[in-house]
Design a binder for this molecule. Structure first.
Ligand SMILES: Cc1cc2nc3c(=O)[nH]c(=O)nc-3n(C[C@H](O)[C@H](O)[C@H](O)COP(=O)(O)OP(=O)(O)OC[C@H]3O[C@@H](n4cnc5c(N)ncnc54)[C@H](O)[C@@H]3O)c2cc1C
Length: 384
């Protein structure tokens, strides 16, 4: 079925994104994967091409394109080129950190961060998860204590994407002085720059998406000026909840794009591969499997496209975004598995995109909120 999500401007932007993938990523991606790190020049190259901070207003150096379809195009191109780790790294910077600064940051904070994030001179990460608390953010223990005009932050974070390569993290910290599980008003968000007391722990060895670094972070009395508080103290969880729909929509978009890409690669592979004197696609089992997969790809695309339009119109609620993420991420997990099977042994070999997509897709039902948490959000809405 023909999609009608995109217009001419989006397709022009797609050409820029495709060229960026071909020119600035393709040749070195395997090396970055092996090194578990991307070079900083990649970020500045993306900034020069206008691929970062699309929603940032022109007065802060951005393109002033809040239309989420442009971000969707970018994700589709990273999927198509099998550069999923770059997509993940940019997602943290653009879909999670930026929206908080745009929505709640002071003028001073915006002036300082937005132009540098758009140009790629500053790379950011989101530091919410801790060793003892992921789904249940009220259980985090990192604390921020007021000290004159500053805050002192102490604690530990884990699973932080761009944690090694990044310059700063949007940190969720407890600010009410309490211990035990906090209340909704117990937490605040801070932009914390690397410096004294801020150390990066070990690089975590992920099963996929290796080119994007993921690390533990340690804060030992890190002094953070009061201007780096995002919005008001005590409203960190409320702000995070307000921006979650964009983060979850982004994962739905990426899931849908990966599903389509892997489906197309599998059709091509099964047409090319022969067994028992026939093309693999000529076995009824293969055709039936691909028929199911294509149907799921198209249903997912339609649903996610609708979510993108709802987001653009300010109508994507928390449960809507949870449904889009739940559906699309669970679909791509299953689709990459079935497509891998249709590749036979080659599907298990990492130089085949389906193997990398299978490993990447496994993350999508976990991060940004697990599928169980998505069901909880949706179920609560149903229960009223
Ligand atoms: C590669 C990777 C990158 C990541 N990047 C970042 C990042 O950049 N920044 C960041 O802050 N975090 C990041 N995360 C963390 C991620 O968001 C968490 O792992 C995720 O939210 C789950 O938290 P957890 O790992 O603590 O699991 P837990 O919360 O310990 O969950 C364990 C299991 O219990 C289930 N569960 C928990 N609560 C409930 C409930 N109420 N009902 C039913 N089941 C429940 C979960 O669904 C899961 O199956 C990343 C994680 C990974 C693996």
């Amino acid at each position: 079925m023909q999609r009608n999500l995109f217009e001419e401007d989006h397709e022009l932007f797609r050409e820029v994104a495709a060229e960026f993938n071909a020119r600035s990523v393709a040749a070195d991606y395997a090396d970055w994967d092996a090194a578990h790190l991307m070079p900083r020049e990649l970020w500045t190259a993306a900034g020069e091409q206008g691929l970062l901070g699309l929603a940032v207003p022109e007065e802060f150096g951005g393109a002033g394109m809040p239309d989420y379809r442009f971000r969707a195009v970018l994700d589709e191109e990273f999927a198509r080129a099998n550069h999923l780790a770059v997509g993940l790294a940019f997602h943290l910077h653009d879909d999670l950190v930026l929206p908080h600064l745009l929505a709640y940051g002071s003028e001073e904070l915006k002036q300082y961060w937005l132009p540098a994030m758009v140009s790629g001179e500053k790379v950011t990460s989101v530091a919410w998860t801790e060793p003892g608390a992921g789904s249940d953010l009220r259980g985090i223990r990192t604390k921020a204590v007021r000290d004159g005009d500053d805050w002192l932050i102490t604690g530990q974070k884990t699973f932080i994407g761009n944690g090694i390569s990044g310059d700063a993290a949007l940190v969720l910290a407890r600010t009410d002085g309490g211990t035990g599980r906090g209340s909704r008003g117990s937490f605040s968000l801070f932009m914390v720059e690397k410096g004294e007391g801020y150390t990066t722990g070990r690089q975590l060895d992920k099963m996929g998406l290796k080119a994007s670094d993921t690390a533990e972070l340690f804060f030992d009395g890190v002094r953070v000026p009061a201007r780096n508080l995002v919005g008001e103290a005590g409203r960190g969880l409320e702000y995070a909840a307000g921006q979650l729909p964009q983060g979850r929509l982004a994962i739905a978009v990426a899931s849908s794009a990966v599903a389509r890409t892997v489906y197309e690669a599998t059709v091509a592979y099964t047409k090319d591969r022969n067994a028992f004197g026939e093309r693999v696609i000529d076995f009824q089992n293969s055709r039936f499997a691909l028929a199911d997969i294509l149907t799921e790809v198209e249903v997912t695309e339609s649903y996610v496209d609708r979510a993108v339009l709802a987001f653009n119109e300010g109508r994507l609620g928390a449960a809507d975004a949870a449904r889009a993420k739940l559906w699309a991420s669970e679909r791509v997990k299953s689709i990459t598995d079935r497509c891998l099977q249709l590749h036979g042994g080659y599907g298990y070999i990492l130089e085949y995109p389906v193997a990398q997509a299978f490993l990447a897709a496994r993350l999508l039902t976990i991060f940004g909120g697990t599928s169980e948490i998505m069901r909880d959000v949706i179920g609560r809405e149903i229960a009223g």
